[in-house]
Design a protein around this ligand. Structure first.
Ligand code: 3PG
Length: 322
């Protein structure tokens, strides 16, 4: 699907609402431990500023569930952005409201402002029409550059885009779509996919789709235990999406029945009684997770197997943490 890119529109004098993914990891002192997501957003932001636009930057951080909380403030991001851009990027006290509006009105061409965490409002994840309208009233055009969040139909990722007269993609989205598109169209083989993360429900389509294209498919991470349950294994207190167990069963059967596909589920699990690791940690074969214990992720035997197999791959796509 062709996408209009930020470089194809005139941003001069325009207030451009740029949805970034600044969901960066922070340590206990609110220090950013990895600023990759911020640096990845710079080409789009710089393009807007260098071409005389006004950048209104928006992002979520964490999952504050509609409550403002200082630990999930974007303050550290505003500071890092100011350093990287060589100009002050003020942090608005909120993402909507009169004060924010007046700060945005005070921007000059070539200046940027960062709105406070959009998820401090439940209306963000609800994609609430009034909230979308309030966000849209801050800008003249919309730019989506939050690749890591582009799959969420939230107010700042989806709703606002429909309200502003111009909506385009940023350079990060363009780059990722190009890599992904080229990879899926003409991969060097063997082609492998690693799928992790907690929720099978949000990955069913991805797994089904990738299974038709790849030579090897590896499943790990939190969703492993929903698959184990589907296979009749005891999963103790592991992460489990009970309602997705029947679908996971169908998926396993489908994947095992695909002749051209090597499908790997972890053969062992690293387990513990507490997620914080304060008690004994050990590994067991997949079907031996005792009651009261939780699978944390793949075990050493699986790690060795995945490593050996992945070493033979010429292309790897990876989605979700393992
Ligand atoms: C991520 O870190 O995966 C993205 O920022 C999306 O975050 P979310 O899963 O909380 O929507």
């Amino acid at each position: 699907m062709a996408k209009k890119i930020i470089s194809q529109v005139d941003v001069k004098g325009k207030r451009v609402f740029i949805r970034c993914d600044f969901n960066v990891p922070l340590d206990a002192n609110q220090k950013i431990t990895d600023d990759n997501r911020i640096t990845a957003s710079l080409p789009t932001i710089k393009h807007v500023l260098d071409h005389g636009g006004r950048a209104i930057l928006a992002s979520h951080l964490g999952r504050p569930k509609g409550q403002a909380s200082p630990e999930m403030s974007l303050k550290p991001v505003a500071e890092r952005l100011s350093e990287l851009l060589g100009q002050t990027v003020a942090l608005a006290p909120d993402c909507v409201g009169a004060e924010v509006q007046s700060m945005v009105d005070g921007l000059s061409d070539g200046q940027a402002i960062l709105l406070e965490n959009v998820r401090f409002h439940k209306a963000e994840t609800d994609n609430d029409p009034d909230f979308c309208q309030q966000l849209a009233s801050l800008a003249d055009m919309y730019c989506l550059d939050a690749f890591g969040t582009a799959h969420r139909a939230h107010a700042s990722t989806e709703g606002v885009a429909r309200l502003l007269p111009t909506a385009v993609a940023g350079f990060l989205i363009e780059k990722e779509l190009k890599f992904l598109g080229d990879t899926l169209e003409a991969p060097s083989r063997p082609f492998a996919a690693i799928l992790g993360g907690a929720k099978v429900s949000s990955k069913i389509d991805v797994i089904t789709n990738l299974a038709q294209k790849v030579d090897m498919l590896f499943i790990g991470g939190g969703m492993t235990y929903t698959f184990y349950k589907a296979m009749g294994y005891n999963v103790g207190t592991s992460l489990l999406e009970e309602e997705t167990v029947p679908k996971a069963k169908e998926l396993v059967e489908m994947l095992k029945g695909m002749d051209q596909l090597e499908f790997f589920l972890p053969t062992d699990a690293t387990i513990c009684e507490n997620f914080d690791g304060s008690t004994e940690i050990k590994s067991v074969t997949s079907d031996q997770i005792p009651d009261g214990w939780m699978g944390l992720d793949i075990g050493p035997e699986t790690l060795k197997l995945f490593k050996e197999k992945l070493a033979t791959a010429k292309t790897i796509v990876w989605n979700g943490p393992v």
